[in-house]
Write a protein that binds this ligand. Structure first.
Ligand code: URA
Length: 425
């Protein structure tokens, strides 16, 4: 076989055979199919798509390029969760201990952020001492002992995705359903959970820009999960504005603690309780959203979070300290009205420029910097009232404020956005 023939076949919109897909994936990981041919192939997929059978073959061949985790030593139904990418997305930090506080084991591997999206791993590393790298034995032992662990994705997991994702990121081929579905589901299948909750984000700050596209991605992934015997549910969630109040690594840890203490904003707290309810139900534990909520209010979820942080070497005193930055800059509203848009992508990039995210993989992060919104879409605001605070260690200039204000849209009236748009199971 020759890679050039497979690229041409896909470029002409034809279906590749199972043997051809296997040859391509194996060759890419072995280094016999070079990056330039794999990028051309990814671009052909971007324009011509893949059939359901091709996506399934691609996913399963990707799974085989790495270690498959065996979580059977942990009792109970293990439920995993994955988001297709967001801004201000600190959901895992709260959801994992919240679900574990009901006795459902959560053994979760998370990734880093790139571009405008943040990664759970970077946020956890903003906790002094927190170890994200654990051996498989330690990871499993911790879940057996305390019911929860969130670690970095093992280098041994789905090597094809590690290589391909980095390539897609620099060749404008990330936002295509066959490649996102195979990337996400190969990792989830290899990570070994019995059931999977997928958070498929949609909107300005997400890879899927319309609900129709998000629905197709969600359905594709749910079908892939079910085909290999994993109970899989997808929720389509709004990512037109940042999630919650904070963007930035330590700022998001502090917001997560606030939510775990039952003091978070109502919208994000409710959203996380709904996700927890679905995860619990996947593990055959039926609870109402109100019952889930009680574990935020009575401290059980926070206790579980602290237990996890301590078990992974995190410093519990440092956990609660406020951020340390050179400047906190207030952003006043330019007019009175109702906040009608806070474009997630723009604020994700703004926070990245403050040092909270990476423009390229090798960039260092400033864990302390970021944004805290005082107002979100649907909130009323008076001219001059503070919409947000910017936490920076950089130079302060009038542009820092004017650029922020440019993205804040204020109108007469607006409908508050619903976090969960649809559930696909
Ligand atoms: N998240 C992933 O893990 N993979 C993608 O391709 C996109 C989002």
């Amino acid at each position: 076989m020759r890679a050039v023939d497979l690229i041409q076949k896909k470029r002409e919109g034809q279906e590749l055979t199972a043997a051809e897909i296997r040859w391509l994936v194996e060759g890419y990981v072995a280094g016999t199919v070079p990056d330039y041919q794999m990028s051309a192939f990814a671009m052909a997929v971007y324009f011509k798509g893949m059939t359901t059978r091709e996506i399934s073959d691609l996913t399963m061949n990707m799974v085989k390029t790495g270690q498959e985790f065996d979580l059977s030593a942990i009792d109970g139904v293990k439920v995993d969760k994955h988001s297709t990418g967001g801004v201000g997305d600190k959901v895992t930090l709260i959801l994992a201990p919240l679900v574990a506080s009901f006795g459902v084991p959560v053994a979760k591997m998370s990734g880093r952020g790139l571009g405008h999206t943040g990664g759970t791993l970077d946020k956890l590393e903003a906790i002094k001492g927190y170890q994200v790298e654990r051996s498989q034995e330690d990871f499993i032992r911790q879940v057996q002992d305390i019911g929860v662990s969130v670690i970095g994705q093992s280098d041994q997991l789905v090597k094809a995705d590690k290589l391909l994702y980095a390539l897609r990121d620099v060749t404008a081929t990330v936002d295509t359903i066959p490649l996102i579905a195979s990337s996400v589901m190969s990792k989830k299948i290899a990570a070994g959970a019995d059931a999977i909750l997928l958070d498929v984000t949609v909107g300005e700050g997400a890879f899927m820009k319309t609900v129709d596209e998000a629905r197709e991605l969600a359905q594709t992934m749910v079908d892939l999960g079910k085909a290999v015997g994993r109970k899989t549910v997808a929720v389509i969630t709004d990512m037109s504005q940042p999630l919650g109040r904070a963007i930035g690594n330590r700022l998001e840890i502090l917001e997560a603690i606030e939510i775990l203490q039952g003091k978070g904003r109502e919208d994000i707290s409710h959203f996380i309780c709904e996700l927890a309810q679905i995860m619990l139900s996947l593990a055959n534990v039926e609870k109402t959203v109100e019952e889930v909520r009680q574990h935020l209010e009575n401290g059980q979820a926070l206790d579980k979070f602290e237990e996890m942080v301590a078990a992974q070497g995190g410093d519990l005193e440092d956990l609660y300290r406020p951020v340390k930055v050179a400047h906190v800059v207030d952003i006043p509203a330019q007019e009175s009205g109702v906040i009608s848009a806070l474009p997630a992508m723009e604020f994700g990039l703004y926070a990245m420029r403050l040092g909270a995210g990476r423009a390229v993989k090798t960039d260092d992060l400033d864990y302390e910097t970021g944004i805290v919104f005082e107002k979100k879409v649907g909130d009323s605001v008076q001219k001059g009232e503070i919409v947000a605070k910017v936490y920076t260690n950089g130079k302060i200039s009038p542009q820092l404020v004017t650029e922020f204000q440019k993205y804040v849209k204020i109108n007469d009236r607006v409908k508050r956005l619903q976090e969960i748009i649809e559930i696909i199971s």
